[in-house]
Design a protein around this ligand. Structure first.
Ligand code: GTP
Ligand code: MG
Length: 202
């Protein structure tokens, strides 16, 4: 698929204020600093559409982008960010979970995992929760340019083995680098294939 236009639409703290669910939607989530905003920029070939930062906790709202005027990409805040108050973390948690559970046009959630790290309980628990809620998702390993081929294969292997302990079937996996633009075509093709399945729920 060719990305012809990518436009910022609106930022919200409440899913009820998000754009009317009239187009297919794909959201990006994962721990703070995992590379969600960078991946969105790489995917649409735009350096600064989604705001990125070296410091965790940059994205704090539900950000909608309209792509080809035909579907939405959504940049979400990260979870597991330690340097905010308990109250703020609880508010973030509610904002994200309400969005995920109630957004009727959400076709698929991309769960980003830093390819350099061992499986983390917070990601595992989050994916279990998604399964319980029936929210469709895929996994995206990020920042693969920071690892050599062997280390990358080893880490992904370890991740799969860990998941196979609790999952009957593993979700689809994408291997990416926003820096090197690895895996972007695969994600764009995945979205292109899913788009026709969108049916507006009135
Ligand atoms: P929050 O909004 O804070 O939750 O973070 P985020 O998940 O949106 O991460 P963001 O895209 O802001 O990236 C965090 C840092 O990682 C930035 O310094 C990026 O430049 C860097 N980064 C993101 N993706 C890649 C990648 O593929 N390769 C490398 N080398 N660095 C990356
Ligand atoms: Mg971000």
């Amino acid at each position: 698929m060719k990305i012809k236009t990518a436009e910022f639409v609106i930022s919200n703290t409440d899913y009820k204020l998000c754009p009317a669910p009239k187009m297919a939607e794909y959201a990006f989530i994962g721990r703070s600093n995992v590379g969600k905003s960078s991946l969105i920029n790489a995917l649409v070939n735009h350096k600064n559409l989604a705001k990125t930062s070296g410091k965790p906790g940059k994205t704090q709202l539900i950000n909608h982008f309209s792509i080809n005027k035909a579907w939405y990409l959504v940049d979400l805040p990260g979870f597991g960010f330690a340097k905010i108050s308990k109250k703020m973390r609880a508010e973030f948690h509610d904002m994200i979970s309400e969005y995920l559970v109630n957004r009727t046009n959400l076709m698929c959630l991309f769960v980003l995992i830093d390819s350099r790290h061992k499986p983390q309980a917070i990601d595992q628990e989050f994916m279990q929760w998604l399964a319980e809620k029936g929210i469709p998702f895929v996994m995206v390993f990020t920042k693969t340019d920071k690892l050599g081929k062997v280390a990358l294969a080893k880490n992904i292997g370890t991740y799969k083995v860990e998941m196979q302990k609790t999952w009957e079937e593993l979700p689809q996996i994408f291997i990416t680098s926003a820096e090197k633009k690895t895996g972007m075509q695969e994600i764009a093709d995945f979205i292109e294939n899913l788009n026709p399945q969108f049916k507006e729920i009135i």
